[in-house]
Design a protein around this ligand. Structure first.
Ligand SMILES: Cc1ncc(C[n+]2csc(CCOP(=O)(O)OP(=O)(O)O)c2C)c(N)n1
Ligand SMILES: [Mg+2]
Length: 640
């Protein structure tokens, strides 16, 4: 039995010797590399927090003490130490979640996985412990340097420092990287703190710095007293942001020296005040392919060969993000007003090619979606055309800014939403299923959903040509499917993809749902049901031809991989009613529920989003039958 296998819960760590702790850390790294190579997952971040997580669980008593992981992608070690060592189905249906999960363990508290919320959670929890007299309970927030760039952390710090009468430990896990190197003044400052403390007058690059810190047995530890002597206090004071930020600072500490981290945490625990512990770690620690990689490939991996770190199934297909990136470079060459914006995800959102071609025309704002959107409004005012490329799920952070800063001011800003629709392994917080419902309420907005590479190129060009309103392109996860040519393009831009022999059913397919819609048509044609399939291309606002076509059919079916409540189907239904068209309409889409992690295909099948199910429902409806409540418009059954 390995040491790791003998750890059933955090208290089993208490009796380990120093040597055993070192051995345990090595075992955990070996386990993570071997296991995540098979399943895919967040490898680099977890390799960096092995000693840190061990130390936290030795010093604090979870779940009596509350540990909150910011973003939660770095919680694998925590899972291993809290009774969850079967990683064989990580991020697959029925297996462990890739983020903390309350359903999995009482040791998990925050499962949202949207960054920068941990300090607010910790603020609330510690305040509640204090108010309810649970004075022996500590709260620990583990937050990365990247997550620290998000505005919420600053709002929380301001609040925490205002009432410092509670037991709150903020552990800053500083590895100098988000996906790519963390940007901005704060990142520079952290870097300076790291260097200044140890190597006065020497500006070391982060690689050298890490090399130094990586030497075993070397701890850099220093406690400072008083708010204005603390790092945040200094930062705040020197920048005159806040005059009285009362948070103690301890550090910087070598995060791979478990004993040093423990010592700092014990001291932090001893104070009955909010304390910030600044820990320096290496992303991908102990795994050469990750340490030698500059391209953020090991932040999250698919299935890889553990020896080389290379992807096992390298596909020749082009990813949506890559196709977008190439198209954007082409447009930017023609139009110098185009600039790209990313919230700390340059590569995953496809902006790397633009950054290579025109380095000054891509702005990384840090994990700051709200700021990104309002800043885009400013860029548009100043004469540029910003393209904010972001995962669909993260734009939820910035709805107010889209409404009030961009739309109200008629700013020509293009939003390219990646991973729109069901994504799969990342679970509830990462499905891009709310963007259609959320954004279509924005006055003047136009939303397109490309179905293939050609419509992507076209719609992107159309979007950046709009200078007086927000435009949105939503792209799914994965690779661009084979081309689906149109039979005809109607005057208002709607593409007709199939025309049935009879005018029975009109299917309005949003984006990549076109493929499913055509399959439904193929299934129904032999049964004597004629199906017309259209791709509106611009789903919002509703094209007039959709209303006209609806009037000519007996049943309209809309297919979208977004939540049905408030989706495109609902909107078309309202437009039909307003036009006096009484054709029956069924909205096919996702239920208003939090969908768990599983393969995309499994989730779609569970929601009834398969060609077979849609075809069966159409047959039933054509016979006048009522659909089961689970697939009846407006009567969404909860999956979870
Ligand atoms: C609101 C939001 N935007 C973007 C992301 C995507 N994202 C996940 S992890 C990450 C980088 C986090 O960096 P850091 O906090 O330093 O953690 P590290 O990976 O370095 O441990 C980003 C941008 C997110 N989870 N939430
Ligand atoms: Mg980081």
């Amino acid at each position: 039995m390995t040491l790791l296998e003998r750890i059933r819960g955090p208290r089993d760590l208490d009796r380990l010797t120093r040597d055993q702790l070192t051995e345990l850390a090595a075992e955990i790294r070996g386990f993570l590399i071997g296991s995540v190579a098979k399943t895919g997952g967040h490898l680099g971040p977890n390799l960096g927090v092995v000693e840190l997580t061990i130390a936290i669980h030795r010093v604090f008593d979870s779940p009596h003490d509350a540990i909150v992981f910011d973003t939660g992608h770095q919680s694998y070690v925590h899972k291993l130490l809290t009774g969850r060592q079967d990683f064989s189905r990580l991020r697959k249906s029925g297996g462990l979640a890739g983020y903390p999960s309350r359903a999995e363990s009482e040791h998990d508290i925050v499962e949202s996985s949207h960054a920068s919320s941990s300090l607010s959670w910790a603020d609330g929890i510690s305040r509640a412990f204090q108010v309810t007299g649970q004075l022996d309970r500590h709260v620990v927030a583990v937050v990365g340097d990247g997550a620290l760039t998000g505005g919420m952390t600053w709002e929380a710090l301001n609040n925490i420092s205002d009432d410092n009468n509670r037991r709150l430990v903020i552990v800053v896990n500083d590895n100098g990287r988000s996906y790519a190197p963390t940007i901005g003044g704060l990142a520079h400052y952290l870097n300076e703190v790291r260097t200044r403390r140890t190597y006065r007058d020497v500006q070391l690059g982060s690689k050298q710095l890490f090399d130094r810190f990586g030497r075993p047995g070397r701890a850099f530890y220093r406690g400072t007293r008083g708010a204005l002597h603390g790092f945040l206090g200094r930062f705040a004071y020197s920048d005159r942001m806040y005059s009285n930020l009362d948070i103690k600072y301890l550090g910087p500490i070598d995060g791979h020296d478990e004993a040093a981290v423990e010592q700092a945490l014990r001291q932090a625990k001893h104070y009955e005040l909010p304390v910030l512990v600044h820990v320096i770690t290496q992303k991908g620690r102990g795994y050469a392919p990750a340490r030698n990689d500059e391209a953020d490939r090991f932040h999250a991996v698919g299935v890889i060969d553990p020896e080389t770190g290379l992807a096992v199934a390298s596909s020749s297909k082009v990813d949506w993000a890559d196709a977008f990136g190439q198209d954007l470079v082409g447009l930017a060459e023609q139009d110098e007003r185009i600039v790209g914006i990313t919230a700390a995800m340059l590569r995953p959102v496809g902006l790397a090619p633009l950054a290579e071609r025109f380095p000054s025309r891509v702005i990384d704002v840090g994990i700051a979606e709200q700021h990104a959107v309002t800043s885009a409004a400013g860029l548009a005012f100043g004469g540029l055309h910003p393209v904010f490329a972001v995962y669909a799920t993260f734009l939820g952070r910035a709805l107010d800014q889209v409404l009030m800063d961009v739309a109200l001011h008629r700013a020509g800003v293009t939003f390219v939403l990646h991973r729109a629709g069901v994504t799969g392994p990342d679970g509830a917080s990462h499905h891009g299923m709310w963007d259609l419902a959320m954004l279509q309420i924005v006055p003047g907005i136009r939303i397109a959903s490309p179905r293939d590479g050609a419509t992507l190129a076209e719609e992107l060009a159309e979007a950046v040509a709009v200078q007086d309103a927000p435009t949105v392109l939503r792209l799914p996860k994965g690779s661009v499917p084979a081309a689906i040519p149109a039979l005809e393009r109607l005057e208002d831009g709607v593409d007709v993809l199939a025309r049935g022999a009879r005018g029975d059913v009109l299917i309005v397919a949003v984006g990549v749902m076109a493929d499913q819609a055509l399959e439904v048509a193929r299934l129904l044609e032999p049964q004597g049901i004629g199906v017309t399939v259209v791709d509106p291309r611009w789903a919002v606002p509703i094209a007039p031809s959709l209303v006209e076509l609806s009037a000519q059919h007996r049943l309209v079916v809309t297919i979208e991989d977004g939540v049905r409540v408030g989706g495109i189907g609902t909107r078309l239904r309202q437009d039909l009613r307003a036009a006096g068209v009484d054709t029956a309409l069924n909205e096919v889409g996702l239920p208003d529920a939090f969908l768990p992690h599983a393969d995309r295909a499994e989730i779609l099948a569970e929601a009834g989003l398969t060609p077979q199910q849609i075809a069966r429902d159409i047959v039933d409806q054509m016979r006048g039958a009522k659909l089961p409540a689970a697939r009846q418009a407006g009567e969404d059954a909860r999956i979870r």
